[in-house]
Design a protein. Sequence first.
Lengths: 303, 349
Amino acid sequence: MADLTQTRVAATVTTPTRPVRRIPWEAIGDHAILIAGAALMLVPVYMMLASSSHTDITIHRNGLQFGFGDDMAANYNAALFEYGGFTNTVNGMTMLGNSMILGLGFAIGKIIVGMMAAYAIVYFRLRFATLAFWVIFTTLLLPLEVRILPSYEVITWMNLGNTYTGLIVPLIASATATFFFRQFFMSVPEELIEAARIDGAGPFKFFIDILVPLSRTMIAAMFIIMFVYGWNQYLWPTLITTDETLFTLVRGIRQIMQAYADGSTTPEYGEAAALALIAMAPPVLIVVFFQNWFVKGLTESDK
Amino acid sequence: MAQVTLNAVRKVYANGAEALAPATFTIPDGELTVLVGPSGCGKSTMLRMVAGLESVTEGEISIGERIVNDVDPADRNIAMVFQNYALYPHMTVANNMGYGLRNRGMNRAAIAAKVREAAELLNLVEFLDRKPSQLSGGQRQRVAMGRAIVREPDLFLFDEPLSNLDAKLRNQMRIEIRSLQRRLATTAMYVTHDQVEAMTMADRIIVLNGGRIEQIGTPNEIYEHPASTFVASFMGAPPMNLLDADAAQGRVTLKGGAFVPRSGVNGQAGPVTVGIRPEDVCPSPQGDLDFSVDIIEELGAQRLLHGQMAGQPFSVAVAKDQPASTGAMRLALKPGAVHLFDAANGHRL
């Protein structure tokens, strides 16, 4: 989210409507506050970046660094490609891949399930459609953290521990996407479905040919939110995956720091900082690149 | 091409409200029939029942020889034009027009040819690759028309298609739709609340009020012989003057005491409503009726004089070359100007 704030600041800076040679104190004041806020968010990130270019020993002795050192390449190389962990079978790339699978699987799965549920609730005369919606809606009050033990029970009972399915599916079960798509579908004019019916489009065709393309921006916005949410998951992956080849990045950082517990080696601070930055990059990039879609999806209702 | 028949068709909503009392009529092949009435009179419901978007509670609807009560809208071979156009926002004009054909499994080349033909007819060729959001209201309306035409349906259904357009464009589109319908000779049902649209476009008008058919007839019949006070006041602008009066011994006397000549009353006695169209009277010093003018409205081609006759509100339309001033004047009735209605139920006597 730090980067979202940052890009907004940049956008406002570029459009000053300047009256004739008067110092715009108000604008300067506003920007000072915004820049201060952005700095507050970005300084820790910068510290991470700077620290990731030092050796573990330097950081261990002198704490986090503000200046750049000489070990950046080595640290990132180690973070990405050096096998580590308890079994020595996992490196940064594996974890990056796992995080990607979790983020994408979660986002796509949730969008598909959410859209189909919302479609059923809004467009079909179901007996208890409203009741069904509110039941789904109450799951918003029950995030995974609340129902983590029963979820764990179910997943292990189904023998899905240490699988991608076990990692992703329980996270999908919540109402956010259903709720947003329901609201969106309800704003689609009634005449559109009537016109489609007369044009001979059945329920399936109407969904694929008309509703899905109309929801494009909404889907993009959902995707961004869900991808970032899935990417940042920590508790559930920690619980359900014990096989190190299934570890995600967010969880892997901690794994590196855990070496500290051994006492025999210096914790790999530089590598951890590098990995933290690598873990940050994909969500940030997605938000930066899809920002327009994101804003459109959440603010525009028509067209 | 097909005639449409409604046989005692009735609509009752789930909450028990009767939206449409049993209605029976036939629309002959190739005619344009306008359903007109104030909002909530059941005209849209009737149209949507013919379209198959609304279920039929009782009675039978047939298009051509086929009873379509349980036929899916897609299989009724109808096309509908909606008030807000209902174009698919993400599709180009060409795709909007061809979507119905595509769903019916027609091949691409044939669709393209048909779309092209319709676009030429509607002057839309240069817009075929645009999205609806890049078009003006009138153009969108034409695309909606095009979508209806390419299907070559048995029946066109128009649901207030011109209400979202500005007045000037509305007049133009009115003529366009009319001439198009004539040329294609396709049966059409047209819903509107605008009596001018009804009068100008219809072969036949069905006037609805409160879910009941008040009158069915040609525009001329409706205007010259309104079947009830409702039709009399709804059709025609400015509306017909309706005055409370009493009939006795073959004479009609207004509530305020004035005697109405040439009323053509025979035998009725008791309270009646006298209807006189504003243009069916003319100022004349030898006239029979006293009228006092309060307000003069200039309409350009004519003037409207609003005032009182025998203590009841009354309006007169005079041509623009006729001088007018406020104050008292006398009015003469043109032949056949007086319409008489039952005061209790509003029916024509």
